[in-house]
Design a protein around this ligand. Structure first.
Ligand code: FE
Ligand code: FE
Length: 199
């Protein structure tokens, strides 16, 4: 574990993020570590992905769109309308260009942390879940249950988070990203297969 690298990244991030976002970032990093321990994933990669997952979050929205286009990162019409989503793709780009991360697994975990996607890797699920359950989060429903599940079953936990997220977004259907819907359909099917329809 490269502690020096971690300290350098933290110092840099601290300047790029507002204090609330930075505290959230540390929460996600430590939660990623805990989940990696529980599920036998790579501790270093999990922390690195957690630390950098929101590194582009504080870029103004218009600039996010502009920078993505400039760096040839694809922007869907939906993302153009909801540019906050782009902090994930742009974050993966920054992680590589500004923070020297070469590991493809870490980069893809950053890239899909907001919407999820079908058939996520263990590392991707860990970051997706940690972002949702880190200790400072307090608004999501059923957090106690979902936090417990996170340490027992990553697929089931991913499914429950996607379900609650879509239910919440249902209130304004224009806000639902297709990738999230696809991810939900995938994990619903898995869940039904593994636990039966009422599982
Ligand atoms: Fe994020
Ligand atoms: Fe986040």
């Amino acid at each position: 574990m490269d502690t020096e690298n971690f300290n350098t990244i933290q110092e840099k991030l601290c300047k790029k993020l507002d204090s609330r976002r930075y505290q959230h970032t540390l929460g996600v990093m430590y939660t990623c570590a805990a989940l990696a321990m529980a599920h036998g994933a790579d501790l270093y990669k999990a922390q690195l992905a957690g630390l950098l997952h929101d590194c582009a979050k504080c870029v103004p929205n218009k600039k996010k769109v502009r920078l993505c286009k400039k760096h040839k990162i694809s922007v869907t019409p939906f993302e153009e309308e909801n540019p906050f989503l782009l902090h994930a793709k742009l974050g993966a780009h920054y992680a590589r260009k500004k923070y020297g991360v070469e590991d493809g697994e870490v980069l893809s975990a950053i890239r899909c942390h907001t919407t999820g996607r079908p058939a996520m890797t263990v590392l991707e699920k860990i970051v997706f879940i940690a972002d949702y359950i880190e200790p400072m989060r307090d608004t999501a429903p059923r957090l106690d249950e979902i936090r417990r599940l996170a340490f027992q079953d990553l697929d089931r936990c991913t499914y429950e988070i996607l379900r609650d997220t879509l239910e919440y977004l249902q209130q304004s259907p224009r806000k639902i990203d297709l990738t999230t819907e696809r991810a939900y359909a995938y994990y619903r099917e898995r869940n039904e297969r593994d636990y039966g329809e009422n599982g």
